[in-house]
Design a protein around this ligand. Structure first.
Ligand SMILES: [Zn+2]
Length: 252
């Protein structure tokens, strides 16, 4: 286990990377690490993620009350607290607004089609949570049903949150979501999608189960449409892959 100082440096480093990659603008986004049962180290409000120093971070308790630090706690801390509460194995969280994935979230389109094999293995699918005003219980209420099953969520008209057993896992999931969003966008530009299905998808599910050591659900049922953001089927079959996965789940 790393020391608190190392965790502070890690958050600063990943914050700078988020900023350099254009995954956040101005003072957007936040990162956190669970230090122990009762303490969470997090980025403060109103600061560019590209310009933080280790001493700028704040430590809060499980209720989000400031325990240490000179700066103010972000109003988005509630989202982090929710995830730590619902997922005891999670120790690192990244929230950002990467442009392509956030574009999908603003268009009301989940990234839940099995278009790329490694994304199916790594994340299963990336559902779209319904909209909630940042910093209010609306937002956490929208995320809560999805947090137990998924490690990466699109937040409608807002951005993306990813989480992992440590901060580096959470960060890599954020990279994967944005990268996958770019690929999905190209398929939309080409006007054609060819989601994995049948036996090919079954095999990936098998790999995912092994990879996760049976601790997490298999390729999860896409829930974008179940969670309020009702979408019409489009000509290019935005929902086709979802149907495949849903059928597969039912047939078990
Ligand atoms: Zn945000």
């Amino acid at each position: 286990m790393a020391s608190e100082r190392q965790y502070r440096e890690q958050i600063v480093r990943y914050g700078r990377t988020l900023h350099e990659r254009g995954f956040v603008a101005a003072t957007d986004g936040n990162l956190s690490v669970r230090l122990d049962q009762n303490r969470i180290l997090a980025t403060p409000t109103c600061m560019s993620k590209g310009e933080m120093r280790p001493a700028d971070l704040v430590i809060v308790d499980r209720e989000g009350r400031l325990l240490a630090g000179r700066r103010r706690v972000s109003s988005e801390i509630a989202m982090h607290l929710l995830i730590y509460r619902l997922r005891p194995e999670i120790n690192g969280i990244v929230h950002a607004h990467p442009p392509t994935a956030t574009g999908f979230a603003a268009a009301g389109v989940a990234l839940n089609q099995p278009l790329v094999c490694e994304v199916v293995i790594g994340l299963g699918s990336i559902p779209l949570a319904k909209y909630g005003t940042p910093g209010t219980p609306e937002l956490t209420d929208a995320l809560a049903p999805l947090v137990p099953t998924y490690d990466a969520l699109l937040m409608s008209n807002h951005g993306v949150v990813t989480y992992g057993t440590d901060l580096s896992q959470a960060f890599m999931k954020m990279e994967t979501v944005e990268h996958f969003a770019r690929i999905a966008l190209v398929t939309h530009q080409l006007g054609r999608q060819q989601p994995l299905a049948g036996e090919d998808l079954e095999k990936l599910v098998g790999v995912r189960e092994k990879y996760l050591g049976g601790t997490q659900p298999i390729v999860p049922e896409p829930v974008g449409s179940r969670n309020g953001n009702k979408r019409k089927k489009t000509a290019d079959g935005v929902e086709a892959g979802s149907e495949d996965l849903r059928r597969r789940r039912v047939s078990q």
